[in-house]
Design a protein around this ligand. Structure first.
Ligand code: G3I
Length: 444
């Protein structure tokens, strides 16, 4: 991992950042997804929640991904909850994080029918007023981040499933021309940003994707600034559309870029190992389809961890849709992405990952996650040696003993099993003083 460190820096102590050390098995030696993608001329990204960009979440987001998309932070309802009163806090936080980690930002989204502020949706507007509101919104937001956003999802989800226009606030008030106008205003505010139309259920060749195709073609002919098409790819386990690559290619042949903008693959919970293996195949085939087309430039997952996914909230009983589990352990799907980008895994195996989740002046809380891929465990035993006098005072979900600097933690009676593609986490409190260097963990 890019973030592998040997000790806690002063800055990390002050910010309470979490650092990870991974035992030298399984994924520790694997090349980060962002580097695999870069070697193929692609960018792999993730949607993020700004407030979570510290600790393990921030560590993985920074190390593995080459672009970030704010999951909610740049939507109109977030940035202008009250007319004329703006809140850029989370959007700024994500842009700053991306710049600090040499990442692109994909702006999401300027014109949509969801997550608009109530003052906008409840208002009564003439066409001229609506047009002016939209122009001001686009100019303000795109202008604020001019030069800092690689690509904008300018228009989101404009179509119905049958390929007719969705009857939204925008379509009803302004007609289909709102799309060309929005693109034109966005281009005026930041001529360097790539401008996209983004939609779901347009991954295969179907009525909806053909309507999008025809729209992009007519916009190009009319000289409207349109640079790309976003295929969201909120998919269901085992249902990657057969025509995905062909569909990507036909858009590319129009002279626009294509991005997979919101990839996830949901399944009924609980997930079993066969389903996780199918999910790996699904992620791999989506990424491979993009990798095969030169103008497919970006593959973004809609949240990288199952603990930060929209799926369970929207589809009760469904989830496990992302490449990392809820404890930030990579799932088979992670390796599906890596393999499609040319990555190889040295071995199947299990790894123990040590992290400090919070730290105060005399103590800290730590956690260790044991994750397996391609194999499983029926019991486990981890050990490490503290380098600066740290002393465990309490542990949970494991039986820990410490003798001098040597710590050994074994499974509790109820969590010895780590299935293929699964993980187990235990936690502990400990004291420290002076420094709190991270130990190397051995998994026995
Ligand atoms: O922020 C509030 C919080 O204060 C409150 O306590 C909580 C209680 O429900 O709600 C929080 O807001 C939620 C928001 O996400 C932030 O977490 C909303 O209820 C919830 O509806 C909203 O869901 C978002 C969804 O868009 C809305 O349509 C998801 O996070 C977001 O991932 C999702 O993203 C969309 C893309 O923008 C477009 N394509 C589809 C994709 C998935 O729906």
């Amino acid at each position: 991992m890019r973030s592998l460190r040997t000790g806690l820096s002063l800055a990390a102590l002050l910010t309470g950042a979490v650092l990870l050390v991974t035992a030298p098995a399984a994924h520790a030696a694997d090349t980060p997804l962002r580097d695999l993608a870069a070697a193929k001329g692609k960018v792999v990204g993730t949607a993020v929640t700004g407030s979570k960009l510290t600790g393990s979440y921030g560590d993985i987001a920074g190390a593995q991904f080459g672009s970030l998309t704010p999951g909610n932070a740049m939507k109109w309802g977030t940035v202008e909850p009250t007319q004329g009163s703006f809140d850029w806090t989370e959007a700024d936080q994500i842009v700053a994080f991306a710049q600090a980690h040499d990442q692109q930002v994909r702006g999401h989204t300027l014109v949509w029918h969801n997550q608009n502020p109530s003052w906008l949706t409840n208002g009564t507007w003439t066409s001229a007023q609506l047009s002016s509101l939209l122009q001001n919104h686009i100019s303000t937001e795109v202008g604020r981040y001019k030069g800092e956003i690689a690509a904008w999802d300018v228009v989101n989800e404009p179509f119905n499933e049958d390929g007719t226009y969705r009857p939204t606030l925008w379509y009803n008030g302004l007609g289909a021309n709102y799309i060309a106008q929005a693109l034109t205003w966005a281009h005026a505010a930041d001529p360097a940003a790539k401008l996209y139309i983004n939609d779901y259920n347009v991954e295969g060749v179907n009525a909806k994707s053909t309507a999008l195709y025809n729209l992009v073609k007519s916009l190009k002919t009319a000289g409207v600034p349109i640079d790309g098409v976003g295929l969201q790819a909120h998919l269901i386990l085992g249902q990657v559309p057969a025509g995905l690559q062909q569909n990507i290619q036909r858009f590319a042949d129009l002279g626009v870029d294509v991005a997979i903008t919101e990839l996830d693959v949901r399944m009924a919970l609980p997930a079993d190992s066969a389903e996780l293996a199918q999910q790996k195949a699904d992620f791999k085939s989506v990424v491979a389809a993009c990798a095969a087309v030169t103008r497919c430039v970006n593959i973004t997952v809609w949240g990288f961890t199952d603990s930060d996914s929209w799926v369970p909230g929207t589809f009760p009983g469904y989830g496990a849709a992302t490449p990392y589990d809820e404890n930030y352990a990579p799932k088979p799907a992670y390796y599906g992405i890596a393999e499609a980008l040319g990555g190889t895994r040295s071995t199947a195996g299990c790894a123990a990952t040590y992290g400090v989740t919070s730290q105060w002046n005399t103590g800290f809380t730590g956690q260790v996650t044991i994750a397996c891929t391609g194999t499983a465990l029926s019991s486990w035993n981890t050990s490490w040696t503290y380098g600066a006098g740290q002393q465990i005072t309490q542990a949970w979900n494991a039986i820990c003993t410490q003798s001098g600097a040597a710590v050994t933690c074994t499974n509790a009676s109820y969590n010895g099993t780590v299935p293929d593609g699964g993980s187990v986490t235990f936690g502990f409190n400990a004291s420290w003083s002076g420094s709190n260097p991270l130990p190397a963990v051995t998994l026995g």
